[in-house]
Write a protein that binds this ligand. Structure first.
Ligand code: GDP
Ligand code: MN
Length: 357
């Protein structure tokens, strides 16, 4: 049940007035945001960031998904901020509920235990449905059927720099399937048996593991253990056809059967990342250095002064801050992005600084 926003203006087409070349080729792409009605103003804030820095030139559509019905107020206000078509999708209950093989009493006990251990979101039932939904179902929502590429946007995010090219066209022209801005280490307590499960999948479905995979981004010992590196999935620019593939469906089903979305607190970030690292050609992964991005509490910001000025970045330059306040997270110890550059054989951007703190 997908309804276009009533008050959404006719979708504006990009044209020369937007400063786009006459050869500009619009992509089959959309933004996608999962949100609750009470997230309205935080969603509007994120839309404004994305419109001001990027979408005012391209007018891509924006799909909003919710496990409850969006209110008329939500739809009207949100539609008035999106320069493309705003589409409001409903999540069917079977994409946001317990599969029949899950023991719900056991799951409730786990939530109590994880709460006592103060594990982040350990107590939360909706958070687990959200992580399972983002892993296995967002890309199956009918509202996304028409699109090939997506950009995931969450409430409360910021974009620090202008984006002066079409990210979706970049994906297509460079044969990329998964793009990220931030990568980091996962809390081990949330995924204790995830890697064991992934190894089971690899043994049972070797035909789905890409011969040119990026296993060495997520494992330091050839696959024996997981090094906890993952792409932070609150920002993703990706190819929906990857999630729709037989390989990923088999991967998700295998994980879902194992029960870790409920008996632990598996996040969609490690699930997406492990899948992207194992099932894709490693050349399909992309780090967007020039997309200045913030989601509490980490940020990505170009370090190169020329880039920062050209793109009108508002994140403070690292050099301007005392060491204990520097927050160009990307090149610091808790980020996996230096490792990504190493294993992919990429040159680091001009101006990166090694931090040992
Ligand atoms: P965090 O980024 O891991 O701290 O988690 P968030 O609270 O930002 O949730 C991740 C995404 O899922 C955001 O886009 C939220 O708006 C959305 N979300 C989280 N819980 C729910 C929920 O229960 N219902 C709906 N509709 N969206 C949710
Ligand atoms: Mn968030």
């Amino acid at each position: 049940a997908t309804t276009a926003g009533n008050s959404s203006p006719a979708p504006a087409q990009p044209n020369a007035a937007d400063g786009l070349a006459s050869t500009y080729e619009r992509q089959n792409a959309t933004f996608v945001t999962l949100a609750r009605n009470q997230d309205l103003w935080a969603v509007v804030g994120s839309i404004r960031e994305v419109e001001d820095r990027y979408n005012h030139k391209y007018h891509y559509d924006w799909v909003f998904l919710n496990d409850a019905e969006f209110t008329e107020e939500f739809k009207t206000i949100v539609s008035s901020f999106v320069s493309g078509k705003a589409v409001f999708g409903h999540i069917p209950p079977e994409h946001w509920s317990y599969p029949d093989w899950i023991d719900q009493e056991k799951a409730a006990l786990v939530r109590e235990e994880m709460n006592e251990k103060k594990i982040i979101y350990g107590f939360s039932e909706p958070y687990r449905h959200m992580c399972r939904f983002e892993s296995g179902f967002f890309w199956r929502n009918p509202a996304l059927d028409a699109y090939k590429y997506y950009w995931r946007v969450e409430p409360h995010i910021k974009l620090f720099c202008d984006i002066d090219y079409d990210l979706f066209a970049f994906m297509k022209n460079n044969k990329k399937s998964y793009g990220f801005t931030i990568s980091l280490y996962e809390y081990e307590a949330t995924i204790e048996t995830l890697w064991k499960t992934v190894k089971g999948f690899m043994a049972e479905y070797p035909q789905h593991i890409h011969p040119n995979n990026a296993l060495n981004f997520i494992s330091d010992d050839g696959g024996e253990t997981y090094n906890l590196c993952h792409f932070w999935s609150n920002f993703e620019v990706g190819d929906l056809d990857f999630w729709r593939s037989d390989a990923y469906r088999a991967f998700f089903d295998y994980l879902d059967k194992a029960g870790g979305f409920f008996y632990e607190r598996w996040g969609d970030a490690p699930v997406h990342s492990i899948a992207a690292a194992l099932l894709m050609d490693r050349s399909e992964l992309h780090y967007f250095n020039d997309v200045g991005y913030w989601h509490v509490p980490f940020q990505n910001c170009p370090v190169d002064e020329e880039t920062r000025r050209r793109l009108h970045c508002t994140c403070p330059s690292d050099d301007s801050l005392p060491p204990d306040q520097r927050n160009i997270f990307t090149w610091r110890g808790y980020s996996c992005t230096p490792r990504f550059h190493k294993v992919q054989g990429l040159e680091r951007p001009k101006g990166w600084i090694e931090h040992t703190d």
